[in-house]
Design a protein around this ligand. Structure first.
Ligand code: NAP
Ligand code: FE
Length: 359
């Protein structure tokens, strides 16, 4: 059994400023990677630049990461990073900018390689130093080694083979306070999927389950906020971030499973947000698993039955009608991938995947 968590994590209010020296120690010129606008609106960008300015570390911004970042975006950011001679990368945002930061740090380090290096399983995985500052409570990318990219040449979305852990994760719940309800619902659903998929997984160990169980308990503390039953306090936002981070630690050891595998086609072809797309398949996945284990993890989150979880999904994320041909394609692609079929701890036949997909 192996347990590795090489990322230094600080999770507390104002941690970007209070740990500015550690952030600044990663290099002398930072490439700050963000999405279009939320990093500035939520205050994280101001905190990061103030932290760097305090220690005389210069920085350049790349604020063009789209949701589900593409290889093309990584290569444009690499060009900016190389031009300004960035020697470390800071990702601020949801999973999209954080995943992009990892791939950009890899490609700046290997500046003489073309984009295919990202997908070269035999290539060496050294990167510039990386810091991640999450602003959603969903992906846990700040503590996973995964970078999920979109390949428009093949019309697919998926993880690159390189395993890249950030050096430093600075996690402050205050960045969630102005988040639109729908993004909060979708991203916290992603965290729940990570927790449940990691727990119900062929690679689960007592150590990965330690992360998953702790994460589910912390996740459950803010369920009623996502349901709109009460206002969130600063502590609630920190709890959401911590649950997402623990979920990241869990999948860093097991990987995700069927709901994530099936979700990528929904996001690519039906443009469904990542967490919502994973949640679409969660109840179906749990129905195929050992009921004793399922009841255990449902009860840890305060759900009595799979149906109650399904209801929670519908109320918080909404249930979209997905065109049948997209679901068919999803099932076909996942069934054709033997590696994906080995992720669940139960035998996977085509009929099983079809039931999970609800077709
Ligand atoms: P995201 O794609 O990073 O962002 C979604 C939206 O939320 C964007 O419009 C973004 O705006 C906005 N946003 C982010 N933070 C905000 C805040 N604090 N306040 C208001 N709006 C905010 O969302 P995500 O769900 O976190 O990440 C999804 C990506 O991560 C997918 O590509 C998925 O495949 C990947 N993922 C990675 C892992 C992993 O282990 N690495 C795990 C699961 C998923 P801006 O564009 O303006 O920033
Ligand atoms: Fe996810």
């Amino acid at each position: 059994m192996k347990f590795l968590m090489p990322t230094l994590v600080y999770s507390e209010e104002n941690c970007v400023l209070s740990h500015s020296a550690e952030l600044a120690s990663l290099g002398s010129r930072a490439l700050i990677v963000t999405g279009k606008s939320s990093a500035r609106r939520c205050g994280a960008f101001a905190d990061v630049t103030a932290a760097l300015d305090k220690h005389g570390v210069s920085w350049v911004e790349f604020a063009e990461v789209e949701e589900n970042p593409s290889v093309e975006t990584i290569m444009r950011a690499r060009q900016v990073g190389c031009k300004v001679k960035a020697d470390f990368v800071i990702g601020i945002g949801g999973g999209s900018p954080m995943d992009a930061a990892k791939a950009i740090a890899l490609m700046i380090r290997h500046h003489d390689q073309d984009w295919e290096y990202l997908y070269d399983k035999t290539a060496e995985t050294s990167t510039l130093p990386i810091a991640e500052i999450p602003t959603t409570a969903g992906t846990g990318s700040e503590v996973t080694a995964v970078s999920v990219l979109t390949r428009h040449d093949k019309h697919v979305k998926g993880s690159i083979p390189h395993k890249i852990f950030a050096d430093l994760a600075l996690i402050d719940g205050k960045y969630l306070s102005g988040m639109p309800e729908q993004i909060l619902a979708n991203t916290t659903m992603d965290a729940l999927c990570h927790l449940y998929e990691s727990y119900i997984h062929s690679a689960a160990t007592d150590f990965s389950r330690m992360c998953a169980e702790a994460g589910i308990k912390v996740w459950a503390r803010s369920k009623d906020i996502v349901l709109g039953k009460r206002e969130a306090s600063p502590e609630d936002y920190q709890n959401m971030m911590n649950a997402s981070c623990m979920a990241g630690m869990a999948i860093a050891h097991t990987a995700t499973s069927m709901p994530h595998a099936l979700s990528y086609r929904l996001t690519y072809s039906a443009h469904m947000a990542h967490g919502k797309a994973c949640g679409y398949f969660l109840a179906g996945y749990l129905r195929e698993a050992d009921p004793v284990e399922v009841n255990h993890i449902l009860s840890l989150a305060g759900f009595k039955t799979v149906e109650e979880l399904e209801e929670y999904y519908v109320v918080t994320c909404g249930r979209d009608e997905v065109p049948l041909e997209i679901l068919e394609q999803s099932v076909e692609e996942v069934f054709a991938n033997k590696g994906k079929c080995k992720l669940p701890p139960f035998p996977v036949y085509e009929a099983v995947i079809r039931r999970i997909a609800g077709i």
